[in-house]
Design a protein around this ligand. Structure first.
Ligand SMILES: [Zn+2]
Length: 540
C-alpha cells in the first residue's frame, strides 16, 4: 500500500494538475493515462462535495516546437493551436472534465512568469554564467556526460531518446541557484514523507539529491520561441522555468487582474501534481526549490506514475507499435478505456497494454460481473415485484447480512483508496461486492422462493442485490461515469454523473455512499445491457 494522506474534511478544497503536455506532436497514450487518472480523482472529490479544481493544459515553447513547426512550414503558434485542438478533442472523447486548460502561450502567462522571475532574482538566486555541455533537444535538458549513450555510433545520444544525438552547447545562460536549496529540499522530503509518491519515486529523488544539486540554466540564446528574459531580451527563458509556472497562471479566473498575488489568492497550494516518472526531477526538485526561492507555499504531493508498454515492449514510433488513444476510445468507448488503465495497472508502477487482456478484463468485470448482475436482478424485479424497488430499506437487514457488511465496509475502504491514488484497489473493492451479489443470488435462488410463494424472501433478496449494484456504480462513477449513470437510471434515478452542476441536487440527501438507501417503491426501468461483450481481435 501507498502512504495515505489524512482523509480530507468535507469542505477542504482540492486542486489537482496533470502535466502541461508538450505539443511537439499529437497526444499519446501516456498523456491520456495521466489525464484519465486526474479526471477520476477530481470526480471523486466532487462526489464528496469538495470544491475542486482540475487543471490540465499544454507547454508550447522551446526549440523542439520551433523546429517541428519549421518542418511543417507553419508558424510555431499555428503548430501549437493545431496540436492543442487534438488534445481537447481527445479529452472530450475520454469524458475528461477539466476546469482550466492552461496554455503557456497565453499572454497572461508572460506577466506571471516575469513577476515570478523578478522575485527569484531579488533573492539573489538568478545569475549569468557559462553553460557548456551536451543538450538533448527532445528533453530540453542538459545531460551529464556519464549518462550519455555511445554504443556503436560516433555521436553521443540521450539515454531517454536513444535515436537522437545530443548537441554540444557552449553559451552564456542565466542560472537558477538550485544548490542553495539542497538542505531545504532534504528537510522537506524528511518532514513530509509523502511529498513524493509512490515510495519508489521518492527514493529515486532522494538519491539524486544526495549526489549534490547543481545550479541549472534557465535561459537559452538563439531561441525565438519563448519569453524573453526580463531585462535581457537576448536570452529566452528555458522552457521548464516557464512551463512549471503554467500551473500558477491556470489559477486566474478569466476576468482577474493578471498578477502573481491574484493568481495565488485561490486554490494555492496545489494539492496534487500527477505526472509521469520521466518528469519527476522537474516537479520534485526544481519546482519546490523555485517556489521556496519565491517565498511561496509548496504543493502537498507529487505523484509520479509508471510507463506504459504494449505487449511487454516499449512503445515508440520507430518501433511501429504505438497505441493510438483516439482509435482506442473510438473503438471501445471512454468508460472501457478508463476502466482498463485504472483497474489493470497498479497506479505508480509500470503497466502493460495487451489487446487480449483488455477484452477479457472488460468482459469479465463490466459485462459479466457488473452488467449481468444488474440485468438479471432487474428482470426478476420486473417479474416478481411489479418492476419496483421492494418496499424495504437498509434498516430491514441484520448487521451481519453479507451484502450489507461488505457494502458498508466500502464506505471507508473506497475513499481511502482514492486518497492513496490506488484505483485498482477501488475497483477490487467494488468487484468484491458485485461478485458476492452474484453468488448470493445463485445461492438464495429467488426464482424458487417465488414459486414457493415466499414473496417476503424474494423482496429481501432482490432489494439487497439491487442496492449493492447501486452502491458499486456510485463508487465507480469517477472511473466509469457513463456506465454508472446507465445503472442509476435503470434503477429509477434521474442522476447523471457527467452533469456536475446538478449532481448533488439529483443525488438528493447525501447518503449515497452508504448501503441501504435505495428508495422502496421506486419504479425501475426495463433491463438493458449496460456493456456489450467485446470480441477478441481476429486471430486470437
Ligand atoms: Zn532526451
Amino acid at each position: 500500500m501507498f502512504l495515505t494522506s489524512p482523509v480530507n474534511a468535507p469542505s477542504k478544497p482540492f486542486a489537482i494538475t496533470t502535466p502541461l503536455y508538450y505539443v511537439n506532436t499529437v497526444p499519446h497514450i501516456g498523456s491520456a493515462y495521466t489525464t484519465i487518472a486526474a479526471d477520476a480523482l477530481s470526480r471523486f472529490h466532487r462526489l464528496q462535495g469538495h470544491p475542486t479544481l482540475f487543471i490540465t493544459g499544454t507547454d508550447e515553447h522551446g526549440q523542439k516546437i520551433q523546429r517541428m513547426a519549421e518542418q511543417r512550414q507553419l508558424s510555431p503558434q499555428e503548430h501549437c493551436d493545431e496540436i492543442v485542438g487534438g488534445f481537447k478533442t481527445l479529452w472530450d472523447k475520454l469524458l475528461i472534465r477539466y476546469d482550466r486548460f492552461s496554455r503557456t502561450t497565453d499572454p497572461r502567462h508572460e506577466t506571471i512568469v516575469g513577476e515570478f522571475f523578478q522575485r527569484v532574482k531579488e533573492q539573489g538566486d538568478i545569475y549569468l554564467g557559462q553553460q557548456q555541455g551536451w543538450y538533448c533537444v527532445a528533453c530540453e535538458e542538459f545531460k551529464e556526460e556519464r549518462e550519455l549513450l555511445d554504443g556503436d555510433r560516433p555521436e553521443k545520444r540521450c539515454p531517454i531518446h536513444s535515436n537522437q544525438s545530443v548537441e554540444w552547447r557552449d553559451e552564456r545562460n542565466y542560472f537558477f541557484r538550485l544548490s542553495k536549496y539542497q538542505a531545504a529540499l532534504e528537510a522537506l522530503y524528511d518532514s513530509q514523507p509523502d511529498f513524493i509518491q509512490p515510495p519508489s519515486r521518492r527514493n529515486e529523488v532522494l538519491s539524486f539529491v544526495k549526489r549534490g544539486l547543481q545550479d541549472f540554466s534557465i535561459s537559452r540564446i538563439n531561441l525565438d520561441w519563448g519569453f524573453p528574459v526580463p531585462g535581457d531580451p537576448e536570452h529566452t527563458l528555458y522552457v521548464w522555468f516557464d512551463a512549471l509556472l503554467g500551473y500558477v497562471t491556470a489559477l486566474l479566473e478569466p476576468d482577474d487582474e493578471v498578477s502573481l498575488d491574484r493568481a495565488l489568492a485561490q486554490w494555492w497550494p496545489i494539492n496534487l501534481h500527477l505526472i509521469g516518472k520521466d518528469i519527476l526531477r522537474f516537479h520534485a526538485v526544481y519546482w519546490p526549490a523555485m517556489l521556496m526561492s519565491a517565498g511561496l507555499p509548496l504543493p502537498d504531493r507529487v505523484f509520479g506514475h509508471g510507463f506504459l508498454t504494449k505487449d511487454g515492449q516499449k512503445m515508440g514510433k520507430s518501433l511501429g507499435n504505438t497505441l493510438d488513444p483516439v482509435a482506442l476510445v473510438d473503438t471501445y468507448g471512454a468508460d472501457a478505456v478508463r476502466y482498463y488503465f485504472l483497474k489493470e495497472i497498479e497506479f505508480g508502477r509500470d503497466g502493460d497494454f495487451q489487446q487480449t487482456r483488455f477484452v477479457h478484463s472488460l468482459n469479465a468485470d463490466l459485462a459479466n460481473d457488473l452488467g449481468n448482475l444488474l440485468n438479471r436482478t432487474l428482470t426478476m424485479a420486473k417479474r416478481y415485484c411489479q418492476q419496483q424497488v421492494p418496499a424495504l430499506s437498509g434498516a430491514d437487514f441484520p448487521a451481519d447480512h453479507p451484502l450489507k457488511q461488505v457494502g458498508q465496509s466500502l464506505q471507508e475502504r473506497v475513499p481511502q483508496a482514492y486518497h492513496a491514488v490506488a484505483f485498482s484497489v477501488v475497483c477490487e473493492g467494488v468487484l468484491e461486492l458485485v461478485r458476492l451479489g452474484n453468488k448470493y443470488l445463485d445461492r438464495e435462488a429467488p426464482w424458487s422462493r417465488y414459486k414457493a410463494g415466499d414473496q417476503a424472501a424474494v423482496e429481501q433478496i432482490l432489494y439487497g442485490v439491487l442496492e449493492s449494484v447501486r452502491l458499486g456504480a456510485y463508487w465507480l462513477s469517477p472511473i466509469i461515469p457513463s456506465l454508472s449513470t446507465a445503472i442509476y437510471q435503470q434503477l429509477g434515478f434521474s442522476v447523471d454523473f457527467n452533469d456536475f452542476t446538478n449532481l448533488h441536487v439529483t443525488l438528493g440527501n447525501n447518503t449515497h455512499h452508504t448501503w441501504g438507501i435505495l428508495p422502496g417503491g421506486q419504479p425501475l426501468q426495463d433491463p438493458t445491457p449496460i456493456f456489450r461483450t467485446l470480441d477478441l481481435p481476429e486471430g486470437e
